[in-house]
Design a protein around this ligand. Structure first.
Ligand code: GLN
Length: 487
């Protein structure tokens, strides 16, 4: 029999329902694995008492026969979601020790579905980063090669799933933070259409881009989790869309015969590493074998997505992060003169370098005289990027390409070079700027035997189709079953 931690969410849920394993056993098993592999740096907080309490409640439901499809399955949350029972830091010194009085909507929905919270997962500070090296507390190591980064900003989430410390995790994706770490660690993750998942209780980075989503090992698991996460939250998030919750599992098995897969020319340019290109080419061939048709398309403003994103995201961040002034949340400087000095000193001590860099860039591009030249211009190009997708989706049903130009790089390799980090986001930023759903699924390995993810981008509200295409691929391949040695 396969070990408990090798089971997918769907498999574990079935075992829980048939009472072959109890929720308490499952929770204990994963807590023990988390502790054993602490050196990976995935967890920032756990609380055995809380976790086991939730597991006992799940067992009572399972016993009573009132369990749902996720009851008793453990999950861990990116530390960007506020939680009542665990401290929330957003990977920042600013919020060290902060306890929220409420749970984020995503967290409470998964808890209501009976999932058991294992703890909080490491991430880049305020989700700003692509390598998890911007966590104020510790880096996260990639279990496929612990000298490498796991990707970011949801690096802890990706590693918890890849190293089997949790069957699933939540992540957030502003410009690629679910898809890129999923790609770098060989797992499956999906960012839904902007507005599908409530942002209530998700510590804000760039509000017009931030979106939550699940990270797990299979598309089937992601569909189960996404169905529980999504749905309107009108009283708490004004950008949550009035689109009813869906069962994203409904069409997993549908045939993809005749599916038109758009292959954007600009995703295969000179910047794409050969090893990644070979994996993506092979994945596209696999799709042809499954009956899909490849259509060459163009997303002409792909390159512009980098400057556009790195104007808009910092602009919104500079505004969102103004709330961390030492008055209401978390850290306050001990030594200061007047009030202004208290603000300054608190922010100097509480924020890391990358966060400060973005606050400064954001403040600059929003300031009088520069607003028109930078921010407004970026907004216009953002609209054009969305129009390019609209045009592309007249020719195809889904879009496929690489998630990132390379496999995961070495820890430290780009840590002194913010622009090198920004450039690596080129293939995930376009869908974020357009608000489209996107996912990453394991497609093979590249240099150093490191995992490579295939990115699928869907039209607005096309999540079920994306998950269907991903599931069919996983039925025909075994890349998602590979696991790092020793885990
Ligand atoms: N890497 C991108 C950034 O640093 C995206 C991060 C994210 O999606 N949260 O902003």
């Amino acid at each position: 029999m396969s070990q408990l931690h090798d089971l997918t969410v769907a498999q574990l849920a079935a075992k829980l329902r048939s009472r072959q394993v109890s929720a308490v056993e499952a929770a204990r098993h994963f807590l023990a694995r988390g502790a054993r592999h602490e050196a990976l740096g995935a967890y920032l907080a756990t609380n055995e008492e809380v976790t086991l309490g939730q597991a006992e409640a799940a067992d009572r439901q399972l016993e009573a026969g009132s369990a749902g499809p996720l009851t008793g399955v453990p999950i861990a949350h990116k530390d960007i979601f506020v939680t009542r029972d665990f401290p929330t830091t957003a990977g920042s010194r600013m919020l060290e020790g902060y306890l929220s009085p409420f749970d984020a909507t995503v967290v409470s929905r998964l808890s209501q579905a009976g999932m058991v919270t294992l703890g909080k997962l490491n991430c880049d500070e305020y989700a700003m980063g692509s390598s998890n090296e911007n966590s104020a507390f510790k880096p996260v190591k990639n279990p496929w090669d612990t000298s490498r980064i796991p990707g970011g900003s949801s690096g802890g989430s990706a590693v918890a799933v890849a190293a089997r410390l949790a069957p699933a995790a939540t992540g957030t994706d502003t410009g690629g933070s679910i898809r890129q770490p999923a790609s770098f660690t060989g797992i499956t993750g999906i960012k839904p259409t902007y507005g599908r998942a409530s942002r209530y209780g998700m510590i804000a980075f760039a509000s017009s881009l931030d979106q939550a989503g699940p990270m797990a090992r299979t598309a089937e698991d992601c569909a189960l989790l996404l169905s529980a996460i999504c749905g309107p939250d009108p009283d708490r998030d004004s950008t949550s869309l009035d689109v009813p919750a869906e069962d994203f599992s409904r069409s997993l098995d549908a045939s993809i015969e005749g599916l038109r897969i758009g292959v954007p020319r600009e995703f295969f340019g000179a910047g794409l590493a050969d090893d990644v290109r070979a994996v993506i080419d092979a994945a596209l061939q696999q799709y042809q074998k499954l009956g899909a048709r490849l259509v060459e398309i163009s997303l002409p403003r792909t390159e512009l997505s980098i400057p556009v994103y790195y104007i808009i995201a910092p602009a919104e961040a500079s505004s969102n992060l103004s709330r961390f002034d030492g008055v209401k949340f978390g850290h306050r400087a001990r030594q200061y003169g007047d009030l202004l000095e208290m603000y300054k000193q608190t922010r100097e001590e509480g924020f890391g370098d990358e966060v400060k860099r973005r606050i400064m860039i954001g403040t600059y591009v929003l300031s009088h005289g520069y607003y028109d030249a930078y921010y407004l211009q970026a907004q216009k190009i953002r609209r054009m990027i969305a129009d390019d997708f609209r045009q592309a989706f007249t020719q195809c049903d889904v879009i496929a390409g690489p998630v990132a130009p390379t496999v995961a790089w070495k820890i430290g390799e780009k840590s002194d070079d913010p622009v090198a980090n920004y450039l690596a986001d080129i293939f995930t930023l376009p869908a974020s700027l357009a608000g489209l759903p996107g996912m990453s699924l394991p497609a093979g390995s590249g240099a150093g035997d490191m995992p490579v993810g295939l990115q699928l981008i869907g039209n607005y509200f096309g999540e079920a189709k994306l998950l269907n295409a991903a599931h069919r691929f996983q039925q025909a391949t075994d890349f998602h079953l590979r696991k790092p040695e020793g885990f």
